[in-house]
Design a binder for this molecule. Structure first.
Ligand SMILES: NC(=O)c1ccc[n+]([C@@H]2O[C@H](COP(=O)([O-])OP(=O)(O)OC[C@H]3O[C@@H](n4cnc5c(N)ncnc54)[C@H](O)[C@@H]3O)[C@@H](O)[C@H]2O)c1
Ligand SMILES: [Zn+2]
Length: 359
């Protein structure tokens, strides 16, 4: 078992990673009324693993499920969950367990952040993406038709559980989607981790337990360090948005047909083209990042053509906009990001999009 601590003054919390990590839940919910431990679960994940989760809790918990997929990160779905919490008479001292991938974490976290103005929550992250990224750092949100994650709150969990037993049933496609965020975190902050990803490609794809534990722990360390330094994204935390300015716009324009991590992979490749075009980033580093993403099983071209003008339009309604201008994180090298790049022209975005255009 590995434990990584997210250090936030007065609210530090552990991320427990390993096979059987769910056994740490009892300690996290200790001293709470067992009837006030509520599970908000992705339906796919509940079908596969709810019994194992419940067995690790002091009593059989009330459970509300939602259909798997990004469409559940909606106000309508949150409202249905609020109705359930009301029915169950969930009180201030309650704790919400968000069971599933990043969607469960974002939706469950948003509900926990707003129910009675905020109750405790613990993500039990069952996807790689949630384990290394979404469940760490306290960002919670739902989407509205105008854009992704536009309605949300900062709400730190009291702990995070990453039980590798649960991750065993994750599809290859969703696993690769999580690897995109691993590549991102290494590329912005940790050249040694980037080289480790390149060296351990095969073991990572085979999900060898030791390698998987190390992969998750090292990525959580990167994310935890960034979040500790800048919880509310006043500065440094913005580097985590590398690949996401275009990635989110692509996700929005493809109407969530691709996984989040797949869009981030495409976003990183396209944003690297902007950096290369400016003479900031060497062509061989652009290729190195693209090669690692391909090796992870991620797409390097769009599944269908997108109109660059529409992608630019979607960039403008993103959260990373100031004064109507989208902000980018561009790399100078692996481990050397420049944040707050606000002067990217429409022509640069169009050129970047052509680098990922389908055949
Ligand atoms: N809050 C943050 O800081 C943050 C960071 C990154 C991403 N996100 C959000 O996370 C979401 C993406 O997360 P995701 O990729 O985990 O998506 P997801 O939660 O939709 O999970 C992807 C798919 O995997 C399935 N699944 C999950 N765990 C499984 C398991 N153990 N076995 C079998 N199937 C399993 C789910 O049912 C779903 O179909 C996006 O909404 C993104 O915006 C948030
Ligand atoms: Zn992301």
């Amino acid at each position: 078992m590995r434990t990584v601590t997210v250090e936030i003054p007065g609210r530090s919390y552990p991320i427990h990673i390993g096979p059987g990590a769910r056994q740490q839940l009892r300690a996290l919910v200790a001293r709470r009324d067992p009837a006030q431990v509520v599970v908000i679960a992705d339906r796919n994940v509940a079908d596969l693993h709810l019994d194992a989760l419940a067995a690790a809790l002091p009593a059989v918990p009330p459970v509300v499920t939602f259909p798997a997929g990004e469409n559940s990160k909606s106000l309508a779905c949150a409202e249905r969950v609020f109705g359930f919490l009301a029915e169950q008479r969930v009180e201030r001292g309650a704790i919400v367990i968000a069971f599933g991938g990043g969607v469960a974490g974002d939706l469950g976290g948003f509900v926990a952040a707003t129910w009675l103005r905020g109750i405790a929550f613990v993500p039990v992250a069952t996807s790689l993406l949630a384990a290394v990224d979404a469940s760490v750092g306290g960002k919670t949100a739902v989407n509205i038709p105008a854009g992704k994650n536009l309605v949300g709150a900062f709400h730190q969990p009291v702990g995070v559980i990453v039980d590798l037993d649960f991750l065993e049933t994750l599809s290859g496609r969703d696993y690769a989607s999580g690897l995109a965020e691993c590549v991102k975190q290494a590329a912005i902050r940790d050249p040694d981790l980037f080289a480790w990803l390149e060296a351990h490609g095969e073991a990572i794809l085979k999900r060898e337990p030791d390698v998987l534990g190390e992969l998750i722990a090292r990525n959580c360390e990167v994310k935890a360090a960034v979040v500790s330094a800048d919880e509310r994204e006043m500065g440094l935390r913005a580097i985590l948005n590398y690949g996401h300015t275009l990635g989110h716009a692509i996700e929005h324009r493809l109407e969530y047909d691709l996984r989040h991590g797949e869009c981030v992979a495409l976003g990183m490749i396209a944003e690297n083209e902007i950096a290369r075009g400016r003479g900031m980033l060497a062509g061989e580093t652009v290729e190195r990042i693209r090669a690692l993403l391909r090796r992870c099983g991620l797409p390097t071209v769009l599944p269908r053509a997108l109109d660059p003008a529409e992608v630019i339009e979607s960039c403008r309604v993103d959260k990373k906009v100031q004064g109507g201008v989208p902000h980018f994180v561009l790399l100078r090298d692996v481990g050397d990001p420049v944040r707050g790049v606000a002067d990217v022209s429409e022509a640069e975005i169009a050129a970047a999009m052509s680098a990922i255009a389908p055949g």
